[in-house]
Design a protein around this ligand. Sequence first.
Ligand SMILES: [Zn+2]
Ligand SMILES: [Zn+2]
Length: 418
Amino acid sequence: MARAVGSIGDQQWAAATATSVSHAVLLNSLCLHCDEPLRVTNRSWAVRVGGRYLDRLNDRYLCPECSDVQRQDEEREREQSLRAARAEAERKRLKAEEEARTVAAFLAGEQAKDGSTSHLPYRRPTALALYLVLVNHAVHNPGKPLPSVADLGALGWTGDTERDTEALFDMYRAHLIAISSETPRQAFDISDEDGELRFFATELKWRLVGGGPMVTAHERAVRTHFMTAPGQEAHDDRQALAELVDRMEVINVISYLDGLLTKKYDYPAVPEGRRQELADVVRKGFAAGFTPGQMICFAWRAADSAAAWKERNAHMGPPEASSGTVTILNSKIDTAIEVHHAVPEYDPPRWHQQPVGLAVLRQLDAEVKRVRDRSVISACAQCDHQGLRETDTGALVRCVHTAAVPEQPEAQEYPAEA
Ligand SMILES: [Zn+2]
Ligand SMILES: [Zn+2]
């Protein structure tokens, strides 16, 4: 068998011989696995394995037998992992199909809701009020699902996406709205543990349940409840509506001021440490009777003054200017209250996105307040000094004084069920 290269003679000669015979045995180069000397079939391999003088210790190569075994092992492993990957892909495909069926079945159930079990969620004033907002939105966006809270941007319907979500689910439980079949798949999640369908509430798109006449009837009932319903509960709901609108107005002015600072002046928003104070200042302005348009004007002037003040003071940075708007806004409002300035009303600019439900709820709140307004009551010929009038049947009901004010247009077309 193999002989030591040295025993054959000169190493140069051995290397040369290795090219001429079928194989040479490199006695100094042992297989990494079995320690047998490596055999090579030509000179270039011999040099590659053993170095120029065929005396290099092998740290890389295997003998052909060990190579075969290793190749087979590797092949087996490759096949195994390929099989595992195919099985995993198949499992995932089946799971995705199963999940798609679950979601489709759920959405079909939502689609089947026809309003036969709908009711108004009295004592849930935010939900009741938001229903009118959704109806208004549906009227102006026919054929489209109602957007998800996430679709609406940071201020959502009411300036607080948690409040929105809670109100939406109150309406959902009352079967006034259902989840739209246009809700994207990512809004749903199916638990690996129990297979239960879950959803991400802010990702859900919605639809109004029931056809046009039913929606109109609900809408009228909600308006009537807020405007004229007697009793403590309706009174509390009116109070809650007024507070909701107040909060939305405050959020709206603050978000306008932040937008001015960040978008127009490239300053940071009003700093965290002063936001409570800012909210108090804005609330004070509304409490003093300034309108939303006047408050927008104050905010504009406060940012403008803060920017001018920063220009005059080189050491003032943008954060100081943003913080300064709170102080300036406060003093502008105080001054206006004190000297009864005429303050113009500004429309918020187009870049400013107010809470989507603000316009509708502001109007509803104004209508509700008008019904109980002393001066409107005394100017109305149809009711007594408490704003009550007698019906044909002799019952006393709250008057909405429509003779003095043109009635709201009611002939709106509602879209068929989306
Ligand atoms: Zn070997
Ligand atoms: Zn009246």
